[in-house]
Every structure is written in structure tokens, then in C-alpha cells.
Design a protein around this ligand. Structure first.
Ligand code: SF4
Length: 376
């Protein structure tokens, strides 16, 4: 029954057609044309898929950064926002090979925050000056879990100082999304992980028999969330699983499609790179993405989606993040990727994955302000 509800909508975004167009664009991409686009950039124009493929080969990193910074400044000025996650529960029915919360990780002692601990965690973040909280949880298909999530969203939203609550709680039916929206959640965040169906459905990534194996149900999740009333949709790919150029162009095409289908909705993209996780069976990135690749990806996303928020999490090293503060608009700050992470010091084994930038919220705020940004 629950699974039927997840497949109640097929995505209008035809990923098979998109992948064919992307393959053709990448097959005829040119570094020289990519560098020329960068040199002639005037801050904004709609780039074709072919031009975006060219840009992914541009090799003048500084010029590419300058072009992306100019675009960001045109659309977003000097405002940046901070956010942090609260992991409610690491119980999960899925078995994703890259995640320590996967059900096959028997070494993890599962836990869920009590209502009192949820409020305490939100107060810790509010005390650090964080105004936007993303509530996350492993996947559990039960009405009781929906009630738990809704209560948590409501409780976090009531904490003094917290202005926005967002949810990253998996691919859900419309009725569940509607309940979370009614509880006060503003944004729906869900990553496709990879737009390559073969990689997605590899048993080492999303094993047969798990709910998450349903590629099409997940692809349509943002449409279900929009239908349920969410006004902000957060997309992403887990970089390192599939070919990063294909993932970047797929993300842009998916965001553009959602923007045209739901003009009233704001889309946002995240660029998580696969990180080490205790208990994960995928330990290294199957399709490695270097830091130079990562920076290029962020720049191309910006130029391909000029008015789209770009999220930069603390998965990346401080030095890389500092370079990208002028392009990303939404900055993850001193988050914890474990349940209870704001109440006590978590072990490596308790974290969904590890973070690389361990700076405090205050230190990140100071760094952003030093660079001339207004932070909220
Ligand atoms: S990535 Fe999400 S769905 Fe997959 S095992 Fe981890 S918590 Fe569960």
C-alpha cells in the first residue's frame, strides 16, 4: 500500500531522453569553446546544453570562478544564509551502500531523539545563531513515523530563533508530504543520488528488495512534494557515484524542468561529494571527483542555473569552501551527521558520514562577513 502511494505519480521529467541528449552534448564538447564562453561571459544568459557541456571542459579555473561569482552577485547580491541539520533517527529500512545508517550495518546501535531531545538540539543550534534547520531521518514506512516526523517539525519550528524548518526524510507519498507541510516544513530536500539508472540500480548501491531501489518513484518525489504545497525543492546528486559531468548536466536539466513545470516554486541544488562512512560498503568514490572537478561543477551549475540557490555543505574542506562562498548561497555550518550530535560528542561509527570543515558557526559567520557578505 505504501509503495503504491509512492508510485502514484510518474515523473514528467524524461530522464532517458535527457541522458541521450547529455551523451550527445558531451560527445561533441570542446575545451576551446568552453574557454570562449567564459571569456565572453557578461553575467547572465541562458546557456544551451551543448554550451554547458563545453563549459565542463573549460580549463581556466580562475576565469571560470570569476564568471560564476559575477553571476551570483547579479542574482543574489551579498546575502548568504546558514543552515544546520538535526538527525532525528538513524533507523532505516534501506540499505544504501554509501551510508552508515543502512540496515545491513549491524554494528550501529540505532537511536531516535526523544521529543525533549529534539527541542534541546534545536535550542543548541538557535543559540549558535542558526536560523534554518533541516530535519533528517532514515526511511521508515509507518504512520507512527509520519506522526513522529510531523511532531518534530512542529517542535523545531516553535523554538525561539528558528525561522525555517526543512525536511530531508526520503521519497514519500503526497499525503505524507502534505502532513509535513502542514506541520510547518518549508523546503523539501531530496537527492536523486545518481541520474544514471544503471548505477542507481546496482545491487552494491541500492540493493534489490529495498524501497529506495525505485528509481522512478524517487525521480517523481519533488513533483509529489510540489503537489503537497512545498514552495522550495532541494535537488542534488551524490557526486562520486556516477560520471560527474553527466550528473551535473542532469541536475541542471531536472531543475530547469521543475522550474518550467512549477514556476511558483523555488529550486535549489546541492553538490554533496561521497564521504567516508563507518559501516558503508562503498568506501571510495566509484567515479572519483577531485576538488578541482568539484569547483568546476559548482561554477557550471551556477552559470546553468543563475537564479538557483546552491548549497555548500561542510563535507568539503575549509579552503575549498572559502573559495566557493562567493558562489554558493546556502552554507552548511557546524552540523552534526549523527543522532544526538548536539547533545554529546558522537563517535565516528555514529555519523552518517564524516564532515571535513569543522569550523564553528561563529567562525564561518566571521569568515563570510570578512568577505563582505550579509549573513542570516
Ligand atoms: S542514504 Fe538514507 S535511505 Fe539510504 S540507508 Fe542512508 S538513511 Fe537510509
Amino acid at each position: 500500500m505504501y509503495h503504491d502511494l509512492l508510485t502514484e505519480r510518474t515523473s514528467g521529467f524524461d530522464v532517458a531522453v535527457a541522458q541521450g541528449q547529455i551523451r550527445a552534448a558531451l560527445g561533441s564538447a570542446s575545451r576551446v569553446k568552453g574557454n570562449a564562453i567564459v571569456q565572453q561571459w557578461r553575467g547572465s544568459r541562458e546557456l544551451s546544453l551543448g554550451e554547458l557541456a563545453d563549459l565542463l571542459l573549460a580549463d581556466d579555473e580562475d576565469a571560470l570562478l570569476d564568471a560564476a561569482v559575477e553571476t551570483t552577485s547579479t542574482y543574489f547580491g551579498a546575502t548568504r544564509s546558514l543552515f544546520a541539520p538535526i538527525y532525528l533517527s538513524d533507523a532505516c529500512q534501506n540499505d544504501c551502500g554509501y551510508c552508515s545508517f543502512r540496515r545491513g550495518n549491524r554494528a550501529l546501535r540505532r537511536s531516535s531523539l526523544e521529543p525533549r531531545e529534539i527541542v534541546e538540539s534545536a535550542r543548541v543550534l538557535a543559540g549558535r545563531g542558526v536560523r534554518t534547520v533541516m530535519v533528517l531521518s532514515g526511511s521508515v514506512a509507518s504512520e507512527g513515523h509520519l506522526e513522529y516526523l510531523s511532531t518534530a517539525v512542529n517542535a523545531v519550528g516553535e523554538v525561539e530563533g528558528i525561522r525555517h524548518v526543512e525536511v530531508g526524510v526520503g521519497s514519500l507519498p503526497v499525503t505524507w508530504y502534505r502532513a509535513l507541510r502542514q506541520a510547518g516544513a518549508r523546503a523539501h530536500v531530496l537527492f536523486q543520488e545518481t541520474y544514471d539508472r544503471d548505477v542507481y540500480c546496482d545491487d552494491a548501491v541500492h540493493p534489490l528488495g529495498t524501497e529506495k531501489r525505485d528509481f522512478d518513484g524517487r525521480l517523481a518525489a519533488h513533483e509529489r512534494a510540489a503537489e503537497a504545497g512545498f514552495g522550495v525543492l532541494g535537488l542534488g546528486a551524490l557526486f562520486g557515484l556516477g560520471d560527474h559531468r553527466t550528473e551535473t548536466l542532469s541536475l541542471i536539466m531536472h531543475a530547469r524542468w521543475l522550474n518550467s513545470r512549477y514556476p511558483e516554486v523555488v529550486t535549489r541544488v546541492s553538490v554533496p561529494r561521497l564521504r567516508p562512512a563507518a559501516g558503508a560498503t562503498i568506501r571510495d568514490q566509484p567515479s572519483p571527483v577531485s576538488e578541482a572537478d568539484f569547483i568546476r561543477i559548482v561554477c557550471v551549475l551556477r552559470m546553468g542555473l543563475p537564479d538557483c540557490e546552491i548549497v555548500l555543505t561542510a563535507r568539503e574542506r575549509a579552503a575549498v569552501r572559502d573559495r566557493l562562498f562567493s558562489i554558493a548561497t546556502t552554507i552548511g555550518a557546524q552540523g552534526s551527521t549523527s543522532v544526538s550530535g548536539y547533545l554529546r560528542r558522537p563517535s565516528f561509527e555514529e555519523q552518517q558520514f564524516t564532515l571535513a570543515d569543522r569550523r564553528t558557526v561563529a567562525a564561518i559567520r566571521v569568515e563570510l562577513q570578512r568577505r563582505g557578505f550579509v549573513v542570516w
